[in-house]
Design a protein around this ligand. Structure first.
Ligand SMILES: Nc1nc2c(ncn2[C@@H]2O[C@H](COP(=O)(O)OP(=O)(O)OP(=O)(O)O)[C@@H](O)[C@H]2O)c(=O)[nH]1
Ligand SMILES: [Mg+2]
Length: 284
């Protein structure tokens, strides 16, 4: 798993995020739409507290469209607004802005009553590694462009990006640790590329990915590689994909590692289809 997080690191991350949280009115919790449960930080609710929050199901273009709606509904049932976005393709970004206005309506009214005018609403992004925090910042900042710059006294040391009207975004996201206690979550994070491949055994991962995909629908692998998977072991399936794709080493043997990489890379690129790896009903 992600070995870069130690208890000390987690504590430090939490403290620095809490400091920044005191500067913002609104939090964007970014998660990966393909694994909305596995890509959430286990302590996020504690960390955010009762601040207005928007869950952003990012990379939604790689996830199943119906599943995106199911997850939006699920979070709504828990009292948290969630929307599907694809920041790489700038999809859903305007909705983030309009919902941000909606979520901070009370705050803006309070400020207005106090006679404070033109005080921007400030937001920050939180999420575990690889969910697309930086890509989202880029996409949001394109809406308006200009950096707001340092504001001595108020937001010392922080850079704010004007995203629209009176909304500003902290330019550095809060990076949180994933849940790493369980193998199910570890695999989901590995499938989607949230864990550096150097830390993984790519061959085992590909076998697990075949198992997972076929448990959702056998058509993903069968269609992409034009093979029949029924009654075949995951090992045989990778071997067949290897042969089809010309992953052959000296002596005519299949290069299993190369074939494994193909399946994993193509899944991550969305070439096997728009696939969501977990649904609310799978949660235990
Ligand atoms: N298809 C798709 N890919 C995305 C999207 N957002 C991010 N990515 C890709 O996901 C990978 C990680 O994106 P980043 O923006 O670097 O993620 P991050 O959360 O900033 O990651 P860390 O800085 O490591 O914490 C990159 O390869 C992005 O191109 C998206 O909405 N759709
Ligand atoms: Mg980043």
């Amino acid at each position: 798993m992600n070995i870069n997080w130690y208890p000390g690191h987690m504590k430090k991350a939490k403290e620095s995020i809490k400091k920044n949280l005191s500067l913002v009115d609104l939090v964007y919790e970014v998660i990966d739409a393909r694994i909305p449960y596995s890509s959430r930080n286990p302590e996020i609710d504690n960390i955010i507290g009762d601040r207005p929050r928007l869950i952003i199901l990012n990379k939604s273009g790689l996830a199943d469209e119906k599943a995106n709606l199911i997850w939006e509904e699920y979070f709504k049932s828990k009292g948290i607004l969630a929307i599907s976005v694809d920041s790489l393709n700038n999809k859903g970004i305007d909705d983030i802005i309009s919902l941000s206005y909606k979520l901070t309506k009370d705050k803006r009214m309070v400020l207005e009553k106090k006679g404070i005018k033109n005080r921007p609403i400030r937001a920050m992004i939180l999420g575990i590694p690889n969910v697309g925090k930086s890509t989202l910042i880029n996409s949001l900042s394109k809406r308006k462009g200009a950096k707001v710059g340092n504001k001595p006294g108020v937001t010392k040391g922080n850079q704010w990006i004007k995203i629209k009207g009176d909304l500003e975004l902290l330019d550095t996201p809060g990076i949180l640790w994933p849940k790493f206690e369980d193998r199910y979550i570890g695999l989901n994070l590995a499938f989607t590329g949230a864990i550096k491949d150097e830390l993984l055994d790519i061959e085992t991962l590909s076998l697990e990915l075949i198992e997972k995909l076929n448990s959702i629908s056998i058509s993903y692998i069968e269609k992409r590689y034009n093979i029949v998977t029924q009654a075949k072991t995951n090992y045989d399936i990778i071997m067949e994909i290897g042969r089809k794709r010309g992953c052959i080493v000296k002596g005519g043997e299949v290069d299993f590692e190369k074939a494994s990489r193909i399946v994993i890379d193509e899944f991550r690129k969305g070439l096997l289809g728009r696939i969501t790896l977990e649904l609310p009903k799978d949660l235990r």
